[in-house]
Design a protein around this ligand. Structure first.
Ligand SMILES: [Zn+2]
Length: 165
C-alpha cells in the first residue's frame, strides 16, 4: 500500500523527510504542535456563514453561494480536495447561476486552518475551474499560507490513514 498517496507529485527530498517523520513516529506530534486550533465550525449552518464571510471579503462580485454542506460521502482526494458544482437554475425567468459547495466531513474534525484552506480552494473555483496559475494566485490572495497549508493537509490525511490502519 502506498503510504504517501496524498503526496504524489511532490519532490523526492520532501517525501524523504516525510518518510523519516513517519519512521520516527513524529508526524502526528509535529502536526498537533503546528495546528493547535480546533475547528469550531460544527454544522452546515455555521459552515454556510463561514464560507459566506470569506466570500464577502474576497470574492464579493462572484455568483451567489448556493448550498454549503459537510458531506460524509466525499472522499477528499478522489474529489480533488472537495467538489465544486456549478448549478444553473431558472430563477424568475432568468438563468441564475449559483454555487454549491460540499466539504468532506473529515474537515469538520480537522484543525481550523485546514478548513480555511479547503474553503479557500473551493471559493477559488468560483472563478477558475482548473488548478492553474490563476487559480493558485486566487488561493494565495485569500490565504497567504495556502501552499504550506495544502501540503500540511496532505500530511494530516497521511497521518490519519496511518493511525486508522
Ligand atoms: Zn480543486
Amino acid at each position: 500500500m502506498d503510504t504517501l498517496k496524498y503526496l504524489s507529485g511532490y519532490p523526492e527530498h520532501l517525501l524523504a523527510r516525510v518518510r523519516q517523520l513517519i519512521d520516527e513516529d513524529r508526524l502526528g506530534t509535529m502536526l498537533a504542535n503546528r495546528y493547535d486550533q480546533p475547528n469550531t465550525v460544527r454544522n452546515d449552518a455555521q459552515l454556510y456563514d463561514y464560507v459566506q464571510a470569506l466570500k464577502d471579503r474576497h470574492l464579493r462580485k462572484s455568483v451567489p453561494l448556493g448550498k454549503v454542506v459537510y458531506d460524509s460521502k466525499l472522499q477528499v482526494m478522489k474529489h480533488a480536495l472537495g467538489t465544486h458544482t456549478a448549478i444553473s437554475r431558472v430563477h424568475g425567468g432568468r438563468l441564475k447561476a449559483s454555487r454549491e459547495i460540499r466539504i468532506a466531513t473529515v474537515f469538520r474534525d480537522a484543525p481550523a486552518d485546514f478548513l480555511k484552506m479547503i474553503v479557500v480552494h473551493e471559493l477559488a473555483h468560483m472563478r477558475e475551474a482548473e488548478h492553474n496559475k490563476a487559480f493558485y494566485q486566487l488561493c494565495t490572495h485569500m490565504e497567504a499560507d495556502y501552499h504550506q497549508l495544502e501540503f500540511d493537509l496532505r500530511l494530516y490525511l497521511t497521518h490519519l490513514d496511518l493511525t486508522r490502519r
